[in-house]
Design a protein around this ligand. Structure first.
Ligand code: KIV
Ligand code: ZN
Length: 402
């Protein structure tokens, strides 16, 4: 039976809801905080990218956070994504979220409560029964202020499975419409995550009436793999951030999840609303706003993601890009791939570069001499720029005329 959700209506069972938390969990990366104007620009860009839910902040965290949630709620007062605000399982947090979200056309109160024995004992100092009771009372209060309530089991992946089932059942009974199971500390492996979602969906009464959501951190570099494992085990919402920013090693990155779903549709046959050609500009906007560039080898959006340096690869790409590219650069917003000239590059790429620089007519002897001198330069410099090549060929042409 398809799930009927208060914000999305009857859901196609193959549809994945993209919940963006760049402005909340992402902003929790040290040094990544954003001001109101920057958050509004990001929120617009995320809307254009096609995310379904924007977690605008943690309304009670500070007056600035409240203002950000409120302003993003105003931005989407007529239509647009669902706007969410996070709060802990207490009345003050929930009421503050509700207040900040008021202007939004579609709003979600997101409540988080830890369910692992470690967190309950050390951090909350609460018993299991108390946590179950608080789940019920906090979700009940949330539902008095919004039809769309998400309940998150913090450290859910390290929680006792039977107790997690108990809490999820209580949250569903109290009216939660999305159940999020975070791998808060990025400890899990894909098989663990798959087992958790399967177990909950099989064992908890009412599980077929809600959307299950995955929220994975990247401490072991598993966030995206875990997110895909959760989808395969029935999760239909994924929580992620642009460029994978977030607490510590970050969260699953939206661009990687979206492109895995698009590129490997053969094994992940799911739909989503992400406009993938807008990925690069959204990534660059975030980098400009925060002042942190992504690493060059970052999948999809790193500057080397579609760059080829070795001769064998360049030769292949010049013949047919699919030899070394599993998606087109245009599909994620790059205008083209790039053949970077360095010491591993071959004659084919060198000739291609000369053509692009307007030296298409150069004779074979001059090409050979220029290529030899280019290899000498490439041994000394990490990158050989277009100007170096132009200077070198001009010199060859002049010599050729001597
Ligand atoms: O990682 C986490 O557990 C969270 C929750 C607040 C959803 O970010
Ligand atoms: Zn998180």
């Amino acid at each position: 039976m398809p799930v009927t959700h208060p914000s999305f209506g009857t859901l196609d069972p193959d549809r994945i809801i993209f919940f963006d938390t760049t402005l909340r969990d992402g902003e929790q990366s040290p040094g990544f905080s954003m001001n109101l104007e920057e958050k509004l620009r990001m929120a617009e860009a995320l809307h254009e990218l096609g995310v379904d839910v924007i977690e605008a902040g943690f309304a009670i965290a500070s007056p600035g956070d409240f203002e950000s949630v409120r302003s993003i709620a105003q931005l989407f007062a007529k239509d647009g994504p669902v706007v969410a605000s996070l709060g802990r399982a207490n009345p003050a947090d929930i009421l503050r979220s509700a207040e900040a979200l008021k202007p939004a056309a579609r709003k979600r109160i997101h409540i988080v409560l830890a369910t692992s024995d470690l967190h309950m004992r050390v951090k909350l100092r609460m018993t299991r029964d108390e946590v179950v009771e608080l789940t019920t009372s906090s979700v009940t209060l949330g539902r008095q202020h919004s039809d769309d309530v998400e309940w998150s089991a913090e450290d859910g992946s390290r929680s006792d499975p039977d107790f997690l089932c108990r809490c999820v059942e209580a949250a569903i009974k109290a009216g939660a419409t999305t159940i999020n199971i975070p791998d808060t500390v990025g400890y899990s492996m894909p098989a663990d995550i798959g087992a958790i979602f399967r177990d909950l969906r099989e064992r908890v009464p009412g599980a077929d009436t809600v959307v299950f959501s995955a929220h994975n951190h990247n401490d072991l570099g598993m966030a995206v793999a875990n997110t895909l494992a959760a989808i395969n085990a029935g999760a239909r919402q994924i929580e992620a951030t642009i460029n994978g920013i977030g607490e510590r090693a970050g969260n699953a990155s939206i661009e990687e999840v979206a492109m895995a779903l698009r590129t490997r549709h053969d094994v992940l046959p799911f739909k989503n609303s992400i406009q993938t050609p807008r990925i690069l500009r959204t990534s660059k906007l975030l980098a400009t706003i925060t002042g942190f560039d992504v690493q060059p080898n970052k999948a999809i959006v790193g500057r080397n993601a579609f760059a080829h340096e070795s001769g064998i690869h360049q030769d292949g790409v010049l013949k047919d890009a699919s030899t070394y590219e599993i998606m087109t650069p245009e599909s994620v917003g790059w205008t083209t791939n790039s053949l970077v000239l360095g010491k591993h590059s071959g004659r084919a790429a060198f000739r291609d570069k000369l053509k692009a620089l307007g030296y298409g007519e150069i004779g074979d002897n001059q090409l050979n001499d220029a290529f030899r001198r280019f290899k000498d330069i490439a041994d000394r410099k990490k990158v050989v720029y277009d100007e170096d090549i132009a200077a070198l060929v001009d010199d060859e042409v002049v010599r050729g005329h001597d």
